[in-house]
Write a protein that binds this ligand. Structure first.
Ligand SMILES: [Zn+2]
Length: 210
């Protein structure tokens, strides 16, 4: 399927993201009844890591359906969630490029896609922002540590390295996107890598927090 066709199919479903009833939905994509059952998380001033919902109930089901049952239209719906969240905080949350948290190459190979990349592409489309899919990559652990300099060695240890495109990263304000935040280890390691590749600011935004 071409990228254009894939995106078209993602945008074609109507109704509430949760019950799919063709009823009035809010900017997050949910009807009234479904939205009140979701647990929205608070953010504090000074935060640089944001999560929209608690990872439970229907949100957990939706994310699992996207990841494990290949219901890819949910990528657009979760991007809608992030866009609505950002719109409510546009005075404090500014960025110029979207970067998805990379999936371990083995997982991406077996799943066939990276859900965070799909959400990021849809978000970029909604907000008309640049998305850098290849800014980060997960290490295949094939790079010998001895062949690397001290800084690169540190980066390689984290399991995430900046790709050759990090120059474009310089001085940019990055929105780092992921579906679920569990321990935060991957997201924080990705953030560190982006900062050492020259990004000015990195804000982490995830759909849910476990
Ligand atoms: Zn609903």
């Amino acid at each position: 399927m071409s990228t254009k066709k894939m995106l078209m199919s993602l945008f074609s479903r109507k109704g509430c993201t949760c019950c799919w009833k063709d009823t009035e939905i809010n900017s997050y994509g949910f009807c009234r009844e479904c939205f009140i059952r979701l647990c929205l998380l608070e953010s504090k001033p000074g935060d640089d890591t944001f999560h929209v919902f608690r990872y439970e109930g229907e949100i957990r089901r939706i994310i699992s359906d996207l990841k494990y049952r290949r219901k890819k239209y949910y990528a657009q719906r979760l991007a809608m969630v992030l866009a609505a969240y950002l719109a409510e905080r546009k005075d404090t949350l500014s960025f110029d490029v979207i970067v998805p948290v990379p999936l371990h190459w083995k997982k991406e190979f077996s799943r066939g896609f990276n859900q965070s990349a799909m959400i990021s592409v849809c978000l970029g489309r909604i907000l008309k922002k640049k998305v850098m899919l290849d800014a980060l990559a997960k290490s295949k652990n094939t790079i010998s540590q001895t062949a690397l300099g001290r800084e690169d060695r540190k980066r390689n240890m984290s399991g995430i390295f900046a790709s050759g495109r990090q120059r474009i990263m310089e001085k940019s304000f990055v929105l780092l996107v992921d579906d679920v935040y569990t321990t935060g280890a991957t997201a924080l390691s990705a953030k560190k890598t982006l900062l050492s590749a020259g990004a000015s600011t990195v804000i982490i935004l995830t759909v849910a927090k476990a």
